[in-house]
Every structure is written in C-alpha cells, then in structure tokens.
Design a protein around this ligand. Structure first.
Ligand SMILES: C[S@@+](CC[C@H](N)C(=O)[O-])C[C@H]1O[C@@H](n2cnc3c(N)ncnc32)[C@H](O)[C@@H]1O
Length: 227
C-alpha cells in the first residue's frame, strides 16, 4: 500500500504545496457564513490537513481560535513559522485526522480543504466520524472534495485501488500525490454528510471558454451542520 505520510512529508521537504495564502474562494465562504470584520474570538476552528498554513493564517487574522493538524512534521513546522512570523496565535500539531486528539463537542467549525481525499473511502468515513465527534452540536463541517466527474481521472491513467480511489497518476494535477479519493454527490449526501444537516453543495470547476481546456478538476464545496 502507498505510504501517503512519506509522500506528503517529502513534498513539503522539497518546498512544494507550501500555501501561504488561503485557498481561492475560502475567505468569501467564511465571510458569508460568519460575517466580515466581526469578532470571531468565541469560535474555535480546526483545519484537518492544514498543510503550509495559508488557511490557518486567514482564520487567525479573522480572530478565530485557530487549530491545525497535519501528519507531515515539515508542514507543521512551516505553518507554525508562518503564523509566528505574523504574530498570529494558533495551535498546530502533528497528527492523523483519522484519529483526532481533541475532546468531544469542542469545535464550532472544522475545515477540510482538499485533505480528506488523501485516504481510502473507509478511512474517509472514519475521519468524518471523528470530525463529527469533535464538533459541537450545531457546529459546521465545511469541505472541499474532488468530484468523481473530474476529467483528470480519465487522462491521468491512474491505478485503481477501489471504486473512485486511485494512485499513481501519470499526469498532473495528481501526479505524485499518493492516494486520491473522488466523491459523488450521492456519497456526499448519503454517507459523508450523514448525521449533518446539509446547508449547501456547490460545484466549482475550471470551465474554460477560451482557450479550450480539459475541465480537469471539479470540486464539491459542501457545508453541513452537526445535528
Ligand atoms: C492538498 S494538501 C491541502 C493542505 C491545506 N488544507 C491547504 O488548503 O493548503 C493535503 C494535506 O493533507 C495532509 N494529510 C493527508 N493525509 C493526512 C492524514 N491522514 N492526517 C493528517 N494530515 C493528512 C497532507 O500532509 C497535506 O498537508
């Protein structure tokens, strides 16, 4: 089986994936859900698979009590540096999101910005069970997950591990990325967000009109409230 932890640690050691800024549309979503410029210091947010820390940087600037977890020690070190350099408080730890080291009912918001896709389906469902456990009732789970309709699955010629889970992509964007799980809308509604009240599922993609390109990645942005 692919050792994803080694793959991700090596990527960060090579200085790749070092996101210093929040992911594209994330600030707009957070502003629409929690307001812009308002005091959010009463809200605890956790990012699972927090990587280079760009999203944590944004949450801390927006006055959330900010927590991050990633299984790559280099990513954790780099993101701690990023936050410290900007004098922003955050608790960032090395850990595995399949077993979260936090108390029950602790967080108001958990973000998965394209991190939970890095595991098999069974591990994804186990991770969501953990996310649900650490969320307060009424807390929100906001996720970015790759759609099974993404065209890169066809032209990337990956090795199939199980339904909608692949590895060994021959081309970008997933070349060298280890395990990659893609989801369907039905899976989101009936399995991943079971036990949540779904607020919305949005679909974003790079639908180029000119020049004509593959619609290579489609992302579902889903928000749900813990019942
Ligand atoms: C595509 S990166 C996204 C990073 C970050 N969320 C962002 O938006 O920039 C996926 C991240 O998930 C982390 N990751 C993958 N599997 C993990 C696991 N089982 N536990 C903790 N982190 C994991 C990787 O180390 C990597 O930092």
């Amino acid at each position: 089986m692919v050792n994803n932890q080694v793959i991700w640690e090596q990527l960060y050691q090579l200085g790749r994936q070092q996101n210093k800024y929040p992911y594209g549309d994330l600030p707009s979503y957070i502003f629409s859900l929690y307001g812009k410029g308002s005091d959010k210091s009463g809200l605890k947010v956790l990012e699972v698979g927090s990587g280079g820390g760009g999203n944590l940087w944004f949450f801390a600037r927006e006055s959330f009590q900010t927590f991050g977890l990633d299984f790559s020690p280099s990513a954790v070190e780099n993101s701690r540096e990023l936050l410290a350099k900007n004098q922003l408080p955050a608790e960032i730890i090395v850990g595995d999101f399949r077993q979260l080291p936090y108390a029950d009912n602790f967080f108001d918001l958990v973000l998965d910005r394209n991190s939970l896709y890095c595991v098999t389906k069974a591990d994804l469902l186990q991770s969501v069970t953990e996310i649900k456990r650490v969320l307060k009732p009424g807390g929100r789970f906001l996720s970015y997950m790759y759609s099974a309709d993404s065209e890169c699955i066809q032209y990337g010629k990956p090795q199939k591990i199980e339904e909608n889970t692949y590895t060994d992509f021959k081309t970008r964007p997933f070349k060298g990325a280890g395990i990659t799980h893609f989801v369907t809308k039905q899976e989101l509604l009936e399995e991943i967000y079971r036990g949540f009240k779904v607020e919305y599922i949005r679909q974003t993609s790079n639908d180029f009109i000119y020049p004509k390109k593959y619609n290579d990645i489609i992302i579902f942005v889903t928000s749900g409230i813990k019942k």
